[in-house]
Design a protein around this ligand. Sequence first.
Ligand code: PLP
Length: 401
Amino acid sequence: MANEILRKAFLAHVGQTSPSPMMIEVERAEGVFFYTPEGKPYYDLVAGVSVSNVGHANPAVVKAVQEQAAKYMHVMVYGEMVERPQVEYATRIASLLPGDIDSVYFLSTGAEAVEGALKLAKRYTARREIISMRRAYHGSTHGAMTLMGSPEGEEWKGAFRPLMPDVRSIEFNDFGQLSEITERTACVIAEPVQGEAGVRPPKEGYLAALRKRCDEVGALLIFDEIQTGFGRTGEMFASLKYGITPDIVCMAKSLGGGMPLGAFAARREVMNTLTHNPVLGHITTFGGHPVCCAAGLAALDYLEQNNIVGQVEAKGALYEELLSDHPAVCEIRRSGLLLAVELGTSERMFRMMELFAEKGIMSDWFLFCDTAFRISPPLVISEEEIRDSVRIIRDCLDQLA
Ligand code: PLP
């Protein structure tokens, strides 16, 4: 198909999610770049929204995918057969997760991981109420979407009501509102660093206070580490960075090394409640696909063997240092290599997107914050690539009125 026909077919036959898709055709991707058919390179400062931590076309991941695909792909619905890539990956993840969380239930996406975690919390506690944080993003399925707090979430979820009952939201980082978590509450779900709110790290002591309140009333604490997991904030998991052990951890995005993989993890005693009353408390056909698990495991090996996570904080700090003095930048919010560069107005941010597209930078904004642009590149980005991408970003910032 010629390129122009391909673009028309994209609009005609690929289900659209917005009236103005980026329409950049990708021919190939490697490291921190992707390339159009004309050979134009783009710095990928989104990493597929915190997915491609080990860089595009990482040879170790490609090899693992090829080898596993040649051995076997899907054989049976999740949880029945002993599949080596699943077992080995679950064992490794369990060794890295905080506290005594040792059981990993694999799915295919982040939203599914959240759905499974909510069901597990309801089943384990025999309670119904779920508390989420305002400006949270946990996915776009009915249950996960309900968790977007109001009023901000209404723009996204209002048209799809009725959603899940018995869900309330509180303000992230507001110590006073923790008293709204009570003996009725099955679970509280929070991103340890809020991502789509525009990168909002927790205030000193907030996650500890949240943990304490959940313990007082017997509610489970779920951390959504779908965006923060696997090194993004400078530790393998943000829960380790802040020293707080949740009851359930949700993972996805970089979990699959670029392949679709999600998971929720809990202590075995909690997880086991999904095996009875009723049996098959959660079912998935493709969850924990062997090729995706092999890819994820290879990506994790790569992170560890090359000490990638240990370099994240310095790389994030370098971006912050090189950009924060520009007069067009109002503020930079950051956790590791997850940065929101605040421009003050959405007009300026959208103008910046146009300039980025011209100059070969892939960035975007945040679901609940369209006044800031995102920098969350593959964690393997080099110092030289950081400095070079900053040179282009500063050129664009210079052109903002
Ligand atoms: N949770 C968080 C924190 C996310 O950032 C996302 C996606 O952006 C999700 C959940 C949903 O993941 P998925 O798109 O794989 O369903």
